[in-house]
Ligand binder design. Structure first.
Ligand code: HEM
Ligand code: HEM
Length: 206
């Protein structure tokens, strides 16, 4: 009742400022249908914080810049990396159960495609990267202790050559993730500050 009343008193033509992608806000707060659920948004920002920590952390340990903190930093990098696995899997399951609303209609087909490819590539690399780290660590026979709490078993027989090769791959994938994340953040800022649309707000407020 309440929301019909609200809709009917809205002056003709007074659409929501961001009408094109509407269902998100057409009916006001009472019937708010967010582009991303609250859980999806919280998990996105947790992933973002962890990945933005993991990339510099990876470079610090690979270049042995950690000094006396080197060993704890290795443990931290491995622990956060393994924590990302259930988070990314959960995000994919939730996304499958409740896909996000489509992007605003005035976003070009090319940009839409670019966003799809970037997101798919990020999800894929975020799953492969911890796996290469885990197999390489197993093949090296280094311990994999998660936040000093429990130890994950090796999943590969000892093989130093394979371990070296996989760490080189891990490094390349790390650089690819960093590049995609830079483009992704650039795109989010472009939407917010240049196109002035709701794309960034969809991931903040829904
Ligand atoms: C999404 C998760 C992860 C990201 C984004 C990530 C990223 C990185 C990056 C950027 C580097 C620096 C590479 C270089 O400059 O050579 C690195 C190194 C490293 N990562 Fe990861 N990593 C992840 C998960 C893991 C996991 C789960 C493990 C182990 C279980 C792991 C183990 C290592 C180790 C041991 C190094 C140092 C390799 C060396 O000394 O050459 N990483 N990581
Ligand atoms: C800190 C800066 C970041 C900003 C400002 C940002 C912003 C956004 C925004 C606005 C969206 C939603 C786009 C839409 O409306 O459809 C999004 C989606 C996404 N972001 Fe980020 N992001 C950031 C960091 C990251 C990082 C570090 C990762 C992971 C490496 C990441 C992975 C993703 C993925 C996979 C999606 C797609 C979500 C889906 O549709 O399931 N983001 N991001």
């Amino acid at each position: 009742m309440q929301r019909h009343l609200k809709a009917s008193i809205r002056p003709a033509g007074a659409h929501h400022r961001y009408a094109p992608e509407a269902p998100a806000a057409l009916d006001g707060q009472a019937n708010f249908n967010p582009a991303y659920t609250k859980t999806a948004r919280v998990l996105h920002w947790i992933t973002a914080g962890l990945i933005l920590t993991m990339i510099p952390l990876g470079f610090v340990i690979a270049n042995e810049w950690g000094g006396y903190l080197q060993d704890p930093l290795y443990d931290l990098h491995r622990s956060i990396g393994m924590t990302l696995v259930p988070i990314v899997v959960l995000r994919l399951i939730l996304r499958w159960a409740r896909p996000p609303l489509p992007l605003p209609e005035d976003v070009s087909a090319l940009q839409r495609r670019a966003a799809e490819i970037t997101h798919a590539a990020l999800y894929t690399l975020l799953l492969i990267q911890p796996l290469t780290g885990w197999i390489a660590t197993s093949a090296y026979r280094a311990p994999l202790v998660v936040f000093g709490w429990f130890e994950l078993p090796p999943i590969w027989p000892e093989n130093r050559m394979l371990s070296d090769w996989l760490f080189s791959l891990h490094s390349l994938i790390g650089i690819a993730i960093a590049g995609l994340v830079a483009a992704h953040i650039g795109a989010a800022l472009y939407h917010h500050f240049i196109r002035k649309d709701r794309v960034l707000m969809r991931m903040i407020a829904g």
